[in-house]
Design a protein around this ligand. Structure first.
Ligand SMILES: *Cc1c(COP(=O)(O)O)cnc(C)c1O
Length: 228
């Protein structure tokens, strides 16, 4: 990786941190309670390495095969991998070989698959915020049932809720709704108060409604190849 690329990443990271600090401050929140995960999908391991040299430790991926390969290529680094994409239940156990946090618990079958591991991972329940049943995430009416299933699974420590704001809705409205889902979860498990929300184009709005885990891709890595 060229020195200039590392400088570019460092300047994007510091600009991102400034915007996070400002959004947290205007929401009356402490920025230190907000974790930024850099989503490295579609970018090679060298990009992960360069970002690591800039101090990034939390990385996100959304496809198992790509994530597994990248984690292998960077296994000498002390990275916290987050799995943020849709996970097939037959790949769920394999994903926990590198990812210690799964943000996309969205079906009973995935939770059942993860009940078979003999260590503990962190998990977020993904909630579908769109009217489209094919999108990832549990339907809001099924949220409590999913929480109960995860709480009955000793190998998953429930951290909270995760969502992607719909493209056709004001993100502020979506994140306000998500904060309501988060409250429903904390009624059942007060410690599961984290909210994984906010991407390059809407993280400031997510911070306003309590996001604790931002998933930021292109603001740091630059544009992805198409279909990213
Ligand atoms: C790609 C992706 C992100 C990051 O998206 P950007 O808009 O590039 O910041 C966040 N969350 C999920 C689930 C993703 O797939």
């Amino acid at each position: 990786m060229q020195a200039s690329a590392v400088e570019l990443y460092a300047s994007r990271l510091s600009e991102l941190q400034n915007r996070i600090d400002a959004a947290a401050s205007s929401a009356g929140r402490d920025p230190s309670e907000i974790t930024s995960i850099v989503v490295s999908k579609f970018h090679p391991a060298e990009v992960v390495r360069a970002l690591y040299d800039c101090g990034v430790r939390d990385f996100g991926e959304n496809r198992h095969q790509e994530a597994e390969q990248k984690a292998l290529e960077t296994e000498d680094l002390d990275i916290n991998w987050h799995f943020v994409g849709q996970l097939q239940s037959k790949k769920a156990r394999a994903a926990t070989r590198y990812a210690k946090t799964i943000h996309s618990l969205d079906r009973a079958s995935v939770v059942t698959a993860l009940s078979k591991i003999d260590f503990v991972i962190d998990g977020f329940i993904q909630v579908n915020m769109t009217a489209d049943f094919d999108r990832g995430g549990v339907e809001p009416v099924d949220l409590e049932a999913m929480v109960e299933q995860v709480l009955a699974t000793p190998s998953i420590k429930l951290r909270g809720v995760m969502a992607v704001a719909p493209l056709d809705e004001d993100p502020l409205k979506a994140f306000e709704r998500l904060a309501g889902y988060s409250e429903r979860v904390t009624k059942l498990e007060p410690r599961a108060s984290s909210i994984s929300a906010g991407m390059t184009h809407d993280f400031e709005q997510a911070i306003q409604f309590g996001a604790t885990h931002l998933r930021i891709g292109s603001a740091i890595t630059g544009e992805r190849p198409k279909n990213g």
